[in-house]
Design a protein around this ligand. Structure first.
Ligand SMILES: [Fe+2]
Length: 447
């Protein structure tokens, strides 16, 4: 590595010559030897040295200390002071210019070399640090999120332009102030105490002019690995657009749901128009099935599917001639066989519709019985969907309680007797219990 270039500032000729020789002998290049502060500045502009050896006491208007401040701050060149004496006041002033070394005359060659090398190293490190700080600061200032840094006392030590814009306070107004004075947050219920502030992921920021901005925030300790009263970095982001998109998505989902429900109801009505005796059957079954599902703790999203499936569970009857459906006398075996095709037919109609629930399968299984005696597949308990087990109970109870072309209504009591009698054999015990409880204790009504 080539040796450094040194500018010597010394107003005593003899000392200057000695110093010049000593520096050269150590292998450094001497860019110039000057006597006054004014000459230093001129010389820096001509040939930039790596280091300045500066006598504190100089001729001219500027003394060494005033010049040193300019040399480091504006030219980023380290200064080593050379002095034959240092009173306390001079020393204090010199300290303020962040000197990179002192040499008290007289000094040895070795001492000079060591001081120069240490000063060069310190300067390199400081410049590197300054560069990193600038780099970091540029990133923090240009980043799209709001950033606030708190010191260990909870006072703001940094606030980037985005955070300034969102809080409505500029750097001057924010720096050194308590965090909660600048960063006012609330949730739906109003202001929050400080300790809760950091536990929230999303909240509403109230800017200086009273604007309310929905934000999401993260808080990290600074430095992260030091546990004793660390500072904190708060990063936050305006989520107004995201919230709006979420609301729109929710609205659109709700509209779709309503359209789906309306469509299902239209289909349900269409089926029942062919079979006036069972008009309202599917609607009443849906109401009871939903209530049983809720009683059993089924989640709301799943209940929605159960309700829709129940509303069209007999859709397959569209394939059954209406003479059979409305026949006022007992059905023949053949007619009964035809009626029994309706779950499979319903499945065929529904299977290609991409519902968010297994609607076609629920419909297919609604005549299965837990002992395997049902149809069409003779599934047993454990193989039957919970929705279909609920639907089976609701279907039987509604059908028995209501009038049929070939028989008068049995009434709710007989219907409940039927499911109690076959509890655990044909019908799931939990489903039966829930249904009985609803009707007998909770006053549930089918209509
Ligand atoms: Fe059915």
């Amino acid at each position: 590595m080539s040796k450094a270039r040194v500018l010597i500032v010394e107003d005593e000729n003899l000392v200057a010559r000695d110093l010049h020789n000593m520096v050269r002998l150590l292998g450094y290049e001497v860019t110039a030897v000057v006597q006054t502060g004014e000459e230093v500045i001129a010389s820096l502009n001509q040939k930039k040295p790596d280091l300045v050896l500066m006598d504190i006491v100089l001729k001219g208007k500027l003394d060494g200390i005033s010049v040193a401040a300019v040399v480091w701050e504006e030219y980023c060149i380290p200064v080593v002071y050379i002095t034959s004496f240092a009173d306390d006041l001079t020393f204090e002033r010199a300290k303020l210019t962040e000197p990179f070394g002192y040499l008290i005359k007289p000094f040895e060659e070795r001492e000079l070399e060591l001081t120069i090398e240490t000063a060069l190293y310190k300067a390199r490190m400081q410049l590197l640090l300054r560069e990193k700080e600038q780099w970091l600061s540029t990133i923090l200032r240009s980043i799209g999120d709001g950033i606030i840094v708190l010191n260990s006392e909870g006072l703001i030590s940094f606030i980037n332009p985005v955070a300034q814009r969102m809080t409505g306070l500029d750097e001057k107004q924010a720096l050194g102030r308590k965090f909660e004075q600048v960063f006012r947050l609330k949730d739906q219920n109003g202001h929050l105490p400080d300790f809760e502030l950091f536990s929230l992921r999303e909240s509403i920021l109230i800017s200086k002019d009273g604007r309310e901005i929905p934000i999401e925030q993260t808080v990290a300790p600074l430095p992260p690995d030091r546990a004793v009263s660390p500072g904190q970095v708060i990063v936050f982001r305006d989520i107004t657009a995201r919230k709006k998109a979420e609301r729109e998505l929710q609205d659109s989902w709700a509209r779709l749901q309503r359209a789906l429900q309306g469509t299902i109801q239209a289909i349900s009505t269409t089926i029942e128009m062919r079979d006036p005796y069972t008009a309202g059957h599917q609607r009443r079954v849906a109401k009871l099935a939903e209530a049983i599902g809720r009683e059993l703790g089924m989640p709301e999203a799943r209940l929605e599917g159960l309700k829709l499936a129940a509303e069209i569970h007999d859709i397959g009857k569209i394939y059954v001639p209406s003479e059979i459906l409305s026949k006022p006398t007992k059905l023949t075996e053949l007619e009964y066989t035809i009626i029994k095709t309706h779950p499979q037919a319903g499945h065929e109609i529904l299977k290609n519709i991409e519902f968010p629930w297994p609607i076609a399968e629920i419909v297919l299984q609604h005549h299965e019985r837990i002992d395997g005696s049902g149809y069409p597949r003779g599934l047993k308990n454990g193989q039957i969907l919970p929705e279909s087990r609920i639907l089976a109970v609701a279907d039987v109870v509604e059908a028995m309680a209501s009038h049929r072309p070939y028989r008068p209504a049995f009434g709710l009591d007989r219907a409940l007797e039927e499911i109690k009698l076959n509890r655990g054999r044909l019908y799931g015990p939990d489903e039966v219990d829930a249904c009985v409880k609803l009707i007998e204790q909770r006053g549930f009504s089918l209509d």
